[in-house]
Design a protein around this ligand. Structure first.
Ligand code: FAD
Length: 430
């Protein structure tokens, strides 16, 4: 690399012949990275997505599924992947909450039906592996999006007019805007000098898929237990995914059980709801943590997905929030294009960061509150939870309001007046 000839590119930097000069570089090839690249390429921007080639792993399979709500499905449709994702998914027609705390003050069983809002389904439960494959395949249909395969991006250097990236294999990329979709340890977040608020829970989530003898009728069931929720989410046929939140010690014990013992443990927690458990898939354990970035964009780097926020897997919020990040970022960038300002400039950074704050903080707080209200042995907290669920059961308009809040906001819009960026540099495509 060192003896290659250097010349000036359109942004005015000396660069080598192997340097890719693009509008947008996305770091990370998880669901948010791939989706962000497709969405931004859809604006006509030359976009590269850098990271390992997504492929199923035999030794470390992704056992997660994501319950994607209707706004996320609309977004996936808009980037051309909705249909292929939903082929491997099951619709979520209802969500049921069952109080299994065994406490003195017990909440009533509560069911939310999508039909009450005039919808066929709240969304779809999609295996992560199917989602990532569908997004990756869509690169073949999007000429402006390109994957640069690398073990890792090893250097990220924000400059006044672009960000420079270097991969482990020595490729160099310079981009007007970098999207950090590189997960919870995000090197791009570090490069942007963004601080985080972190917290932990004395809980671990176990995730796996299983097969059962009774029909789930496309209903997701959440058993509220004193150690955390135990949630089944429908998959096609008589399969369901499971997220089982436990104390770390109990989670370790459950991980050590053989499949037969683990199947019996699931049956016992389900109280016969789905009949016999006849097969269980591989299990994975996720210690529960939370993280929120103090700002979501700086120095030409915008953070999306778990690089920006990590939520415990309770209430199906994480990836839905990640897709809303991308919708908001795409809106901000489209507005910059419309007004002829810099797509990585201060205006976009401020508008995006400002636009995400409320949604991210309110969802993080809601998930935290729900989780802590289950763990709390404090009677007034238990009573408040029970009264809340009684009200939701009895008052249909309140139930509909809460359901709409659960689905909203589907499509963020850029706040007006945030795109004026006096110091903006012109886009390379102007
Ligand atoms: C048990 C469980 C159940 C869940 N259920 C739901 C649900 O029902 N609904 C929901 O909305 N959410 C759910 N979530 C959350 C959801 O899974 C995450 O929000 C989502 O997977 C995060 O995707 P991401 O693309 O942001 O990050 P990741 O999937 O972590 O992807 C990060 C990518 O960045 C790459 N990377 C890292 N460092 C570098 C580097 N230096 N250079 C290049 N690439 C790099 C990695 O290789 C990876 O490809 C659940 C989570 C768990 C744990």
């Amino acid at each position: 690399m060192a003896d290659q000839p250097a010349h000036k590119d359109k942004i005015g930097f000396a660069r080598r012949d192997t340097t890719h000069s693009v509008d947008v570089a996305v770091v990370g090839t998880g669901p948010t990275g791939l989706a962000a690249a497709l969405a931004l390429a859809g604006l006509g921007l030359e976009t590269v997505c850098t990271g390992p080639t997504p492929k199923p792993s035999a030794t470390n399979p992704d056992t997660r599924t994501a319950a994607l709500l209707s706004g996320s499905i609309e977004f996936l449709d808009s980037i051309g992947t909705g249909k292929s994702c939903c082929a491997a998914a099951a619709p979520l027609e209802a969500i049921r909450i069952i109080d299994d705390t065994g406490r003195l003050i017990r909440a009533p069983d509560t069911e939310f039906r999508a039909s009450e809002l005039g919808l066929e389904a709240f969304g779809y439960n999609v295996p992560n592996s199917a989602l990532v494959s569908a997004l990756y395949r869509q690169f073949d249909n999007q000429p402006r999006a390109r994957h640069i395969a690398t073990e890792a991006v090893t250097a990220i250097t924000p400059q006044p007019k672009c960000v420079r990236l270097e991969t482990a294999e020595g490729e160099e990329i310079e981009a007007l805007l970098v999207v950090g979709a590189d997960g919870r340890k995000s090197p791009t977040r570090t490069a942007a000098n963004v601080e985080t608020v972190n917290w932990t829970y004395e809980q671990t989530a176990l995730a796996c898929n299983f097969t059962h003898t009774l029909d789930h009728r496309n209903v997701s069931t959440e058993f509220h237990r004193p150690s955390g929720p135990f949630t089944t989410v429908p998959l096609p046929d008589r399969d369901s995914s499971l997220v089982w939140v436990e104390t770390p010690a109990e989670a370790q014990r459950l991980m050590r059980l053989d499949d037969e013992e683990f199947a019996r443990a699931i049956e016992s927690r389900l109280h016969g709801l789905l009949g016999d458990v006849v097969a269980v898939g591989s299990r994975a354990a996720f210690p529960l943590t939370g993280l929120t970035a103090k700002t979501f964009a700086r120095r030409r780097i915008a953070l999306v997905g778990e690089a920006a926020h990590v939520l415990p897997p309770i209430g199906a919020q994480g990836l839905n929030l990640g897709f809303r990040d991308i919708v908001q970022l795409t809106d901000c960038v489209a507005e910059a294009q419309r007004t002829g300002s810099d797509i990585g400039g201060g205006g976009v950074m401020q508008a995006y960061s400002f636009g995400r704050r409320g949604d991210v903080w309110s969802r993080s707080a809601a998930v935290d509150l729900l989780n802590r209200s289950l763990l709390s042995g404090f009677l007034p907290v238990q009573a408040a939870r029970t009264i809340g669920l009684h009200l939701l059961n009895a008052v249909a308009p309140l139930r509909r309001f809460v359901m709409r809040q659960g689905l909203a906001p589907s499509m963020p819009k850029t706040p007006p007046g945030h795109m004026q960026d006096a110091a903006s540099a012109p886009s390379k495509h102007e």
